[in-house]
Design a binder for this molecule. Structure first.
Ligand code: HEM
Length: 272
């Protein structure tokens, strides 16, 4: 059954001209007030100009004005919180990449430079470091929310599967980022992590060879981790988050399990 399109909110409806407005009315305004009015309308005209050429307002309405089930609560903000953590990691990561050098001889020194000498470097590096833990925790709690609310059931199974991929990618981000400061702890911890991966069945040894860029930890390992950490994995993450959010917008969110069905009972039977 096709649902009716959501109504346009009042704020977006064009207002009929009021007495004293329009071309003749504008002439009565003082030059200052007219300039202010024109400035206020400039934003609307610019948005109209873009919309006339792209027709984006239809998809924006589809994306943003939707019905939300009764009983929606703070637990539903965990997905957006994970998204915010990801965006924060992206912004701080871009600034770190401006100073970081991914070579065995320069990595430690460049990380030290960021913390001790670059403007706000300690703050940005701290945000990125603690933000990574925050993101992992948020993604896990968001997953628990969707599990306990039964949001993985029909028709959202595919979004759950995409979510599992997002969880794995988030952990790969943490793992590949851990080596980058290139101090004793990150070096040896990564060796342990890669060796544990190597014990996995079938693909395990291939995975660890791929991560090390060869059978031994070498000069190219750090470059490989850096490329994975700042190009490949974030790229796939962005694509997967896009697909995840598309499905959330298309299917809507689930009502909490304690809410009673209030619609037409016949409609419910026809779904079975
Ligand atoms: C980078 C990680 C992730 C981001 C940015 C993200 C983002 C979101 C957002 C914004 C929503 C809609 C609001 C909400 O229900 O909280 C959502 C819903 C959902 N997410 Fe995620 N998510 C992530 C990871 C995961 C994981 C790991 C799973 C499960 C394995 C998952 C499964 C779901 C499901 C099933 C829904 C639909 C919820 C419903 O219909 O009530 N997501 N996600």
């Amino acid at each position: 059954m096709k649902l009716p399109a959501p109504p346009i909110p009042d704020a977006l409806k064009p207002r009929p001209p009021q007495p004293g407005e329009g071309l003749n009315g504008d002439r009565k305004l003082t030059p200052g007030k007219r300039a202010l009015k024109e400035a206020q309308e400039a934003g609307i005209s610019a948005a109209d100009w873009v919309d006339e050429r792209t027709s984006l307002s239809g998809s924006m309405r589809w994306l943003m004005f939707r019905k939300v089930p009764k009983g929606t609560n703070w637990f539903y903000t965990l997905g957006s919180a994970s998204l915010f953590a990801f965006l924060s990691q992206t912004v701080t990561g871009v600034f770190l990449a401006m100073y970081y050098e991914p070579t065995p001889t320069r990595a430690y020194e460049s990380a030290r430079f960021i913390t001790n000498e670059a403007f706000l470097g300690e703050f940005v590096r701290g945000m990125h470091k603690w933000g990574s833990s925050v993101m992992v925790i948020l993604v896990f709690v968001h997953m628990a929310r969707t599990f306990f609310f039964g949001a993985y059931k029909y028709p959202r199974e595919l979004n759950w599967v995409i979510g599992v991929v997002l969880l794995i990618l988030t952990m790969v981000m943490s793992f590949t980022g851990y080596l980058l400061p290139f101090d004793q702890r990150s070096y040896w911890a990564t060796i342990v992590g890669v060796n544990i991966n190597g014990t996995g069945p079938l693909v395990g040894p291939y995975l660890s060879d791929f991560a090390r860029a060869g059978p031994e930890f070498g000069a190219t390992t750090l470059a490989r981790f850096y490329a994975l950490h700042m190009l490949l994995v974030p790229g796939v993450l962005i694509a997967m988050i896009g697909a995840h959010l598309y499905l959330v917008a298309k299917l809507g969110t689930t009502a909490p399990p304690w809410m009673k069905f209030e619609g037409d009972e016949k409609l419910r039977e026809s779904e079975v």
